[in-house]
Design a protein around this ligand. Sequence first.
Ligand code: PLP
Ligand code: ZN
Length: 412
Amino acid sequence: MAYVSTLRCRSCSREYPAEPVNVCEFCFGPLEVVYDYGAIAKVISRERIAAGPLSMWRYQDLLPVDGSEAVDINAGFTPLIKCHNLGEALGLRNLYVKNDAVNPSYSFKDRVVSVAATKAVEFGFDTLACASTGNLACSVAAHAARAGLKARVFIPADLEHGKVVGAAIYNPTLIAVEGSYDEVNRLCSEISDNYRWAFVNINIRPYYAEGSKTLAYEVAEQLGWRAPDHAVVPLASGSMFTKIWKGFQEFSDLGLIGSVPTKMHATQAAGCAPIVEAHREGTLHIRPIRPDTIAKSLAIGNPADGLFALQTVKESGGSATAVPEEEIVEGIKLLAETEGIFTETAGGVVVSGLKHLVKQNRIEPDELTVVYITGNGLKTQEAVEEVVNPLFIKPNLESFEEAMSKRTDISR
Ligand SMILES: *Cc1c(COP(=O)(O)O)cnc(C)c1O
Ligand SMILES: [Zn+2]
């Protein structure tokens, strides 16, 4: 059974029954799931979690749905990898990558959509929908296929090919909108007022967002039941960032880990950094911008959870970094060449962001640092096409040796 008690407005604290609503009627603040932690504390334990399924559903006591009925394509339980090579390149001795690029639809979005799709079925919806910057489209289409739901998936028309194909293959109704993500999102809010569809990141958003907490639970369990000193995270709406923080807090409050030393470091691409800008200006007021970045998965100019992300930075003693556009591909290459992990542009942002954090002495060499890699590089091939150089040869030894002798780059 699920331990949800109500929804609560994050701005004015008014409570609402746990229904498919996401906005407070009084102040228009976002609603968040409230749990009966007393009841959870009576059942949860390290042993109970460890005996659970090898997926995000091992943490179902802390999710707002009944996991036995989950719409599940096996999201989560992804590797946490100790990275000696990348650590050496950056001057860190205790560095880990949480590799969420290997989820079933190749991004962390499977965690949030698995919860949202399960909730949609529970509420009796027959249609799963979303406004997406790309990865969400793939995940919603995949989960709808698994659940036998109809799918209405809205994307900006200029997305990377890998994300269009990665969503279209599940045969959703895929709607490519001539406009930015923020325009797609506005359109979808209007549509959701007129159609009874489960928009995972609109009317189902309070439940959807909870799925990201499993990124904290898993890391804590994989580290031997502790929270890291630093978490470095890419932000679009800012939701995942705030929920990773919430996940560590919950584990600590329930006595599953000790106190939480984690400093939460927010990273965005320079071409779309409204949260970082607000942090730099020392304000909690986010000024919406028009994105111009190759990190399309992070291209939200008007981030719904920006305020809460800023509060998380502050509460945790973390930081916020904008990564210059030309360093995004460098970050992708660095992770690939040192650790054999191919991430998308959002991963390039966090890896290069980490480099800046080390340079600014925000992270000490021995501190336990976790970098969240949230999406897969095969979906953003356009970004790296110019930096990959195969040797084209004739099928004979001479041609091979000639090509090798002319090799000027520094490939291994
Ligand atoms: C959506 C997405 C994010 C950010 O998610 P938010 O919760 O909106 O901040 C990060 N990385 C990747 C790869 C994504 O697709
Ligand atoms: Zn309110």
